[in-house]
Design a protein around this ligand. Structure first.
Ligand code: DON
Length: 305
């Protein structure tokens, strides 16, 4: 057993009795059906060694973690021009807030709040030939696993209740920051959020963020080293919405959460880690996932700070 394996097993066992005050996301009706006791962890080292525990093989809804993949694709297309359409500042606000968007004339604070990711979806629709297919292909390329798919039930479920997201896109359209048809953009945004993925697959998919943008298993260059630094910085400052400060303080790694209960985090030069536990805290981040990662970096004594 290597050091990570020993520590992960030991923390995982302790967390079997974790008192979880969180609540599953139910605003997307389909997510209310998920078993709230699921708990999986997968850590992948740069040499490809993967340590997986609990429900690490159980697919879950990627939700906002998809925003890191759409950001990589959009950044690779537009480069620094991307920042004319979306900013890189923490929002200090909920993921679906409308307030700043009105004050800041339709330019979202960052690419990880819903408004920012809707702009990313708009950009990808303008530049990709087959956005839906190309996005999934990118995930297949990163995981070398072609079984990963969109979940149409989750897609339809979210679409049927997405009043706030439609408000966001309408507001941005009124400011000229959405170039395509609103329904086309929203359908693509909901698709990306509906990807079903396991901890193991996701941990492998994001490993390039820990390796200067080069996927250490396939050796493919996914991002330039500069782009990689930029996106890791945005994850650190904006990956957890109005809890980004708390995550930096307690865990100390760049990362991204989703309301499906997943959290992924990166230790540059060392590993990627994904935790899945559906119950969320009031800020929309997995309660147990965050506590688990706090224990992990404390016991390994190796946050980025
Ligand atoms: O647009 C939404 O509300 C969801 N598809 C994604 C939100 C999300 O995952 C926020 N993350 N914690």
């Amino acid at each position: 057993m290597n050091q990570y394996e020993t520590v992960l097993h030991h923390i995982f066992n302790d967390f079997k009795t974790f008192e979880n005050s969180g609540k599953k996301a139910t605003y997307i009706p389909e997510l209310a059906h998920v078993d709230e006791n699921l708990f999986g962890v997968s850590l992948t080292c740069l040499n490809g060694t993967q340590i997986s525990l609990g429900d690490a093989h159980q697919p879950f809804s990627i939700q906002s973690i998809s925003k890191v993949f759409s950001l990589v694709l959009a950044y690779n297309i537009l480069g620094e021009d991307l920042w004319k359409r979306v900013d890189v500042e923490p929002s200090g606000d909920t993921f679906n807030s409308l307030i700043l968007l009105e004050l800041e004339l339709g330019i979202p604070r960052n690419p990880f709040i819903n408004a920012g990711a809707i702009v990313l979806a708009d950009i990808l629709i303008s530049h990709l030939q087959n956005p839906k297919e190309d996005f999934l292909k990118f995930i297949h390329q990163l995981t070398n696993d072609h079984s990963i798919q969109y979940d149409l039930k989750v897609f339809n479920s979210e679409k049927s209740v997405a009043y706030r997201n439609y408000s966001l896109i309408n507001l941005m359209k009124s400011f000229g920051n959405i170039h395509n048809d609103i329904d086309t953009v929203m359908d693509f945004y909901f698709r990306m959020c509906s990807v079903n993925i396991t901890c193991e697959q996701l941990s492998k998919a994001v490993l390039f963020f820990a390796n200067d943008g080069v996927h250490p298993i396939s050796k493919e260059q996914i991002l330039t080293p500069k782009g990689n630094r930029r996106i890791n910085a945005i994850m650190q400052l904006c990956g957890f919405y109005d809890e980004a400060g708390e995550f930096a303080y307690r865990v100390g790694l760049p990362g991204k959460s989703g309301v499906g209960g997943g959290i992924m985090a990166i230790h540059p030069g060392l590993y990627s880690v994904v935790v899945f536990s559906p119950k969320l805290n009031k800020k929309g981040n997995s309660t147990k996932g965050m506590a688990f990662l706090e224990r992990l970096t404390s016991e390994l004594n190796n946050s980025i700070f």
